[in-house]
Design a protein around this ligand. Sequence first.
Ligand code: NOJ
Length: 651
Amino acid sequence: MFKWFTKESAEKDIFSPNGRVKCHFSLKSGRIFYSVIKNDKLLVSSSALGFLIFGEEPLGDNLKLIRERQTRHTETIEMPWGEDRFINNNYSEGCFYLSEHKEPHRLFTLRFRVFDNAVAFRYEIPPQPKFQQISIKEELTEFNVDPNSTAWKIPAYQPDRYEYSYEKTSVRNLEHSVHTPLTIKTPNGYYLAIHEAALYNYGSMTIKLDSKYSLTTDITPLSDGSRAHVTLPFNTPWRLIMIADSCLELTTNRTMFALNEPPREDFSWVATLKFIGIWWAMYVGEWTWAPGERHGATTEHAKSYIDAAVRLGIRGLLIEGWNEGWEGDWLENGIHNKFTVATPDFNLEEVASYANRNHIELVGHHETVGFIDNYEKQLEAAYDYYAANHIHYIKTGYAGSMMSINGRREYHHSQLGVNHYQKTVELAAKKKICLDIHEPIKGTGIERTWPNLLSREGARGQEYEGGALSPSHACYLPYTRLLSGGMDYTSGIFDLENSVKRMSTTLARQLAYFVTIYSGMQMAADRPIFYEEKFPEEFEFIRQVPTNFEKTIPLAGEIGEYYVVARKDRDSDNWFIGGVTDEEGRHIHINLEFLDAGTYEVNIYADADNAHYRDNQFAIIKQTKHLSRSESIDLHIAPGGGFAISLQKQS
Ligand code: NOJ
C-alpha cells in the first residue's frame, strides 16, 4: 500500500517477483532512506541516501516526491560466454522522482530493482539550468547491516591493489575501507554481498564503517579530493546487494550482469581461449623478461612454444617481455615502455605468421606499469600493430601501486582509472581484440556489454606462490572476488617443488582450479615440458576442460574452507567437477543427480590418501569409471588439495 503523510514524507514497498524480498523506500522530513527485508527478516535497516557536492548544497535533503512508478520486468538473458548461459533478469522496479521543495529545486530519480536474490538501486541526475557539471564530494549511500554480522574483506587503498588475503571479521571491527564485493553473513543467517554493477565514469565504491557503526560508501577519490567530476545527465553505477540463503547460493548470483546493458554491436567474433605462455619460466628465474642471455621472448623460443601448443592441443600462446622497456628496473623505467617496438631478438611479424600457419592464437602483452599517459599515447598504434599481425588477444598489466598521468598519481580504482580501462576495452572492441586485464578495475559486469573483456586478474593469483598464498585463499575466492566475474588465476603449475616458487598445493588441486576458478581466458601456466614429458596424463584434463559453460551448479562448501562445483560444457553434453580445500583434509560425497540421463565415462584425478600440500604434493590417483545420475562419488581431499573430474557422456 502506498501511504502519504505530507509531501516531504512517503513510504513505499517494492516486492520481488516471488514476494519474498522487499525493499522499503521512505521519505522522512525531506530525506530518503531504504531498507531490505527477506522473509520478514530485516537484512539492511533504514539506510540514508544522497550526495555532498562541491560548491553546492547537499543533494538528498529537503526533498519531496513528485511522482513514482512501479513496473515488472521478466527476461532471460543469453550470455555469449561464461559460467551460465542463461541469466534471469526478473525484477520489480520502483522509480521515485524527487525534487527539492526549496531553492534550487534540483531534481533526481532513484531507481530500485528488486530481484528474488538481490536489491539494486542507482541515482539518475538529469541536467538542470544551474546544475550541469558537478564534482562529487561524497556519496552518502549507506548499507546498514547488523554490526554483529561477519564480513570477509580485503583492504582498499593499499599498494598491491586487490592482491591481498581475505580475512574474516565482525562488521563492527572493520577498521579501514574495504573493497567490494564485500561478503557478509547476517546474525539471522543470510548471506549478502555488497557490490556495484555497471561502473562507468565514476570512482569505484569501497565500503567503510562510520562512527555510528553504519557501513557507508567511500568512493575512491581523485588526487584533487573529488570522487568524480561528471556532466549531467549522469547515472551512478548500480549499488547492488546480493542476497542468498547459503554461501553456495551466493556464488551463482548473476544479478550484476543482468544490471548491465546488452551489447550495442556485433561481438560474434569473440571466443574464449585456453593458452600457455612464455611466462612462468620468468617467475622461476629460468628466463627473463628483459633481453640478455636468458631472454624468454625470443623468436626461437616463441616458435618452439607454438610447436608445443600445437602438440598439446592448446589454442593460444602468451608472449611476455617481447617489447622494449624491460631493461633494468622495469617498474621504475615503465614510463618509457614501447608497445610497437620489439627487442632485437624477437621478430613479431615472423612469430605471428608462424602462429597463424599453425592455427595458434597469440596473446599479446602490454605491461604499462600504470604509466597510462605513456600507454594512451601509443594505444591506437599498439592495438593496430597487433591487429595487423592477426593477434586477437592482449593481456594488459598495470603493475605499480598507483597509476601515473602527467606526473600525477591516481588510484587504479579512481574515476581516472575506470575511464582508462574503459577506453582500452572500447578501442580493443573496435579492433576486434579481446582483453585479459591484470591489475584491473574490479568486475562490475560490463562484460555483458563488452564481451571482448574476457578476463581480468584483480586478486592474488598463483604468482604469489612461494610463500604468500595459503591453501585457504582459493577457498575464499568463489565466495568473494569471483562474485564479480572470472579471474585469470594462472592455474596448472605442475612444477610444485620448484625452489624459487614452491606451490602450496597438491598436483590434483592444480587441475581443480580449471573448474573452481572460471576465466574466459584460461591459462595453463607452466612450461610445456611439464605437460608433455612429466605429467601428460594429468595434462589431459587441462586439454579437455572447456572455457565456456552452459551452467554451473555449486555442490558443497564453506567460505574459506572448501568449495566443490559442477559445470556443464557449453558445446557438448559433458560435465566437469572441481573441488578445493584449505589446510584441512576432508571427505567429499558427490551425488550425481544433477547429470542428464545416460551413462558417463568418468575420469577422476584425486589426491592419494597420504597426499599433502607440504610434503607429498604429487601423490595423485587417477581412476576411470562408468556412472549415471543415480550414482555418487566419494573422495578424499588432502590438506591443501583438490580434485578434478571429467564426465564424458557415452549414451
Ligand atoms: C603482474 C602480472 O600479474 C603478471 O602476470 C605479469 O607477468 C607481470 N605483472 C609483468 O607484466
